[in-house]
Design a protein around this ligand. Structure first.
Ligand code: C5P
Length: 222
């Protein structure tokens, strides 16, 4: 069988990472959560008191920053300059600022360069907002996943509960809609479905149903 690249894009909390992680596990592929990379640099920018609008400073900060994603049985662990920040990058503070940081074209260029490198040998499942359109542009399988805002907020609510983060459904719906808007309306590689991506509406599908669909599509391409 052929070693393929799988790109999974979609709006916030659509279940991309759950599905991507699962597909990677089933295929023995590497999972790359690109949102975690944008979150990690945002976390560092907050710690360094850098203005979220300062594109030059943020880009320079990224260029001197190491971000590593390491698989572990409990899921992917994230390391920022060799320090683990897996939990920290999910905070409300980071979530509120990450789309501002991710809107900068020059910073994205550096991120995309790193992600292309991570995916170049294939056997990879990468999720994000611009994977099919800017990172793995020749991926054998491109998926664009979405669900209603309410369903996505509900899923995020139960995920947050497990993580010990307190939030309300209203607050999460607001946050998700705002991030969708920022991600879709930015000029630099906005969130948009690639022409050759397959759309999956997961609103009324279970994780297993989505994952079965994707495994079937992947196997047809291997
Ligand atoms: O996937 P996650 O919700 O963790 O991503 C956090 C944010 O990072 C997104 O809202 C988006 O602003 C940004 N992002 C991006 N491009 C990607 C992945 C994430 O702009 N490929």
């Amino acid at each position: 069988t052929k070693q393929i690249q799988i790109a999974i894009d979609g709006p916030a909390a659509a279940g991309k990472s759950t599905i991507a992680k699962k597909a990677a596990e089933l295929l023995g592929y590497t999972y790359v959560d690109t949102g975690a990379m944008y979150r990690a640099i945002t976390y560092k920018a907050i710690k360094s008191n850098i203005d979220m609008q300062d594109e030059d400073k943020l880009t320079n900060l990224l260029k001197e920053t190491s971000i590593e994603l390491k698989p572990s049985p409990e899921g992917q662990r994230v390391f920022l300059d060799n320090q683990e920040v897996t939990e920290e990058i999910r905070s409300k503070e980071v979530t509120a600022s990450v789309s501002l940081v991710a809107a900068h074209a020059e910073l994205r260029e550096e991120m995309v360069r790193r992600q292309v490198e991570m995916g170049k040998n294939g056997s990879v499942v990468m999720d994000g907002r611009d994977i099919g359109t800017s990172v793995l542009t020749n991926a054998e399988l491109k998926i664009f996943m979405s669900a209603s805002v309410e369903e996505r907020a509900k899923r995020r609510l139960s995920e947050n509960k497990k993580r010990g983060i307190h939030s309300s459904l209203e607050e999460l719906m607001y946050d998700i809609e705002l991030r969708d808007k920022l991600d879709s309306e930015r000029e630099a590689s906005p969130l948009v479905q690639a022409e050759d991506a397959i759309f999956i509406d997961t609103t009324s599908l279970t994780i297993d149903e989505v994952s079965e669909k994707i495994m079937k599509l992947a196997k047809e391409r291997m």
